[in-house]
Design a binder for this molecule. Structure first.
Ligand SMILES: [Zn+2]
Length: 309
């Protein structure tokens, strides 16, 4: 190798190093993330409940982070929910479904994409579910359906309200019809909650789409949404291509859905626990501040519209 080829090879190495893009793993393990003003330290974002202090963007959070904020750090019971057989259809695309499940479990530490817990807000015991977007896009399949049903069953047996923090891209392709049937199963389960006069609240978070929007995320007694969340059934481009019209500004965002009546209130993450406590105290006709037997019989005069304002 002469001196010219040595220089060319060294130059190529530098070029490759400069052009090498950070992998998804590098980004996930970094101390930094990005928002409107460029890089932001994850620990600074965490102090602000993963909400950007400048643009109020509500960054996606994991079920445990969500429940820590709602109920207090580790102040809730996590349930182990049934896991049906993996990969019932022996699905393989560019990678086998079994391998995808394996890496999703490793990445999230969860057995399925949904976590079911029981915690307290203002002395009201609440059963809650939340999805992890890092688990195959929080898509819904048989195991997630089982988790949801387990939560509803627990709520009915223990007479607690049921709270769903919705997120996810829809039903999971790799379980096809088995996955789609979860839309019916969750709907029937919610009907059971209603027959038992138990409140069902939904907090819609970014992104909630597809069959999730078309089933359990839109069946709540009250629909709360985080600011700026994408809430959709079909994608905007598909709709625009079908209706052949320019879509309104902010189409499929929480604020637009509040105006059109699909969302009742938009609540910032920092106010979520307080608002859920107030709403449940009205729905259960309890005073959320002092819980005594006397108050249970006292009619709560606060109207829902007051809470919503
Ligand atoms: Zn920002």
């Amino acid at each position: 190798m002469n001196w010219i080829t040595k220089i060319i090879k060294a130059g190529e190495k530098i070029k490759t190093a400069l052009h090498k893009r950070a992998s998804k793993e590098d980004i996930a393990n970094s101390d930094w993330t990005s928002c409107c003003k460029g890089p932001i330290l994850k620990k600074d974002l965490e102090k602000n409940l993963w909400v950007c202090p400048d643009c109020i963007k509500h960054h996606r959070i994991k079920p445990k982070q969500r429940f820590d904020i709602l109920f207090g750090k580790n102040n809730y019971e996590i349930f182990k929910t049934p896991i049906p057989n993996d990969d019932p259809l022996k699905w393989t695309d560019s990678k086998s479904y079994k391998d995808r499940l394996k890496s999703a479990r490793k990445k999230t530490g969860l057995d399925c994409g949904m976590m079911v817990v029981c915690g307290n807000i203002n002395n009201i015991k609440i059963t809650a579910v939340a999805s992890d977007f890092d688990f195959l896009g929080a898509s819904m399949a048989a195991a997630e359906g089982e988790a949801f049903l387990y939560g509803v069953q627990y709520a009915i047996e223990n007479k607690t309200p049921f709270l769903c923090i919705s997120a996810g891209g829809g039903m999971r392709m790799m379980e096809s019809l088995i996955s789609l049937s979860q839309m019916t199963r969750t709907t029937l389960a919610i009907n059971e909650l209603k027959k038992n006069n138990l409140p069902y609240l939904v907090c819609i978070t970014d992104p909630t789409a597809g069959g999730i929007t078309a089933s359990y995320a839109m069946l709540g007694d009250i629909h709360i949404a985080e600011p700026g969340a994408l809430i959709a059934f079909a994608g905007a481009r598909v709709i625009q291509g079908t209706v052949k019209e320019e879509l309104p500004e902010g189409f499929q965002k929480s604020e637009y859905l509040e105006k059109t009546g699909f969302v009742d209130i938009i609540v910032q993450r920092k106010d979520l626990a307080e608002k859920i406590g107030a709403l449940l105290s009205i729905l259960l006709k309890k005073n959320s501040v002092i819980s005594t037997e006397e108050n249970e019989t006292t009619e709560n005069t606060q109207s829902l519209s007051k809470v919503a304002s």
